[in-house]
Design a protein around this ligand. Sequence first.
Ligand SMILES: *Cc1c(COP(=O)(O)O)cnc(C)c1O
Length: 435
Amino acid sequence: MQFYSTNNKDLRVSFQEAVFNSLPQDKGLYMPEEIPQLAPYFLKNIQQYSFQEIAFQIANAIIGKDIPEADLKKLINDAINFDAPLKFLSADTAVLELFHGPSYAFKDFGARFMSRVMGYFSKQGDKLLDVLVATSGDTGGAVALGFLGVEGTRVTILYPKGKVSKVQEEQLTTNGRNIRAIEIDGTFDDCQALVKQAFNDPELNKELRLTSANSINIARLIPQTFYYFWAYAQLKAQGINEVVFTVPSGNFGNIGAGLLAYRMGLPVEHFVAGTNVNDTVPRFLNSGKYEPKSSVQTLANAMDVGNPSNWVRIQDLFHNNLEELKSVVTSYTYNDEETVNGMKELYDNYKYVACPHTAIAYLASEAYRNEHPGEYASVFLSTAHPCKFSEAIDSEVFKDVKLPEGAEKLQGKPKLAEAMNVDYATFKEYLIKNN
Ligand SMILES: *Cc1c(COP(=O)(O)O)cnc(C)c1O
């Protein structure tokens, strides 16, 4: 399969190039040149396949010959080695838990798959692959743990001092080996600006083989389609054939993957995007005008995005046709007070402790059901384990949360982080000196 740029459909690159470039030079995003259609037999009998078998079928359809089947199977069995269970809260409402990977957030799917694809395409004798990533919390942990020990790679994570949660910081700073953390005395935007400047620095690019691990990489998008199919398989096993997915959305990569799955033939009745007050997409769906804004800080901070970077992919999947898009996607937006109430409602009604992002998805799925009653299962996606956002959860609710074993083990481990001011010269010197 070849991949085009959303800015230029005549430009074609191989899967390997798309992965290492991350972004085409024209600043579009890579998309597969055709949307592969899954065999009706497969979809009809999907409940007979395991999660890994499903993942293989999907990845093989998208990637094609660039990774031979036997290698791809091995890669997937290694990357997707944890479950995405569907848990029913009531007869028609279920939560798809995507936080059973090493960093307890759904970003593990993307990061683990991408790290192994990059490792697979890196040849003996290649220069060390330097992955630079700026994080507001969750991306860094998933990338750190995804790349930990992957040969031929080194990861440098920039995170804003005092602005990530305790569990997130422990995941970023206790790894050692091929993972380095830099604690920036600034904001997430400062971290991102430093990384961007490094990518645009010709001198640095001569010295180091830099690559990005951000959410627009096609190798992060592909594995996020797997769990939509797996959720559908789990529903079918219970005799349920109709589903509406609700996705808590920031950069719109997660829901973008769901929409790609839909275009590949996954039968979904509708998609709902839940956002915090960073509501560029809900406003667009209402007005038809795409007007990005600076991001505002909220409790669901992994979704504090004013200009969602994956949005152009969704536009591309729907041929830039607003009416076509609106027939498949609805969106709702919630402020912090409503988010807190959503967490409380989940706890009071179902004894379910959710992170703020997940609570937004729950609220949006309920809102959609109220407006569109019907015989379908509402599945909302849980994107992170509540322990990663303990500061945002009412202590009365949080007391029921058991820290996962892996998170407990990180407590008290020495913090390995380089403290740095927002200064590009210092950052560059660090990269060169420590090469
Ligand atoms: C990254 C993240 C999101 C947002 O996902 P997008 O793909 O950017 O829309 C939601 N919840 C959590 C916990 C996240 O880490």
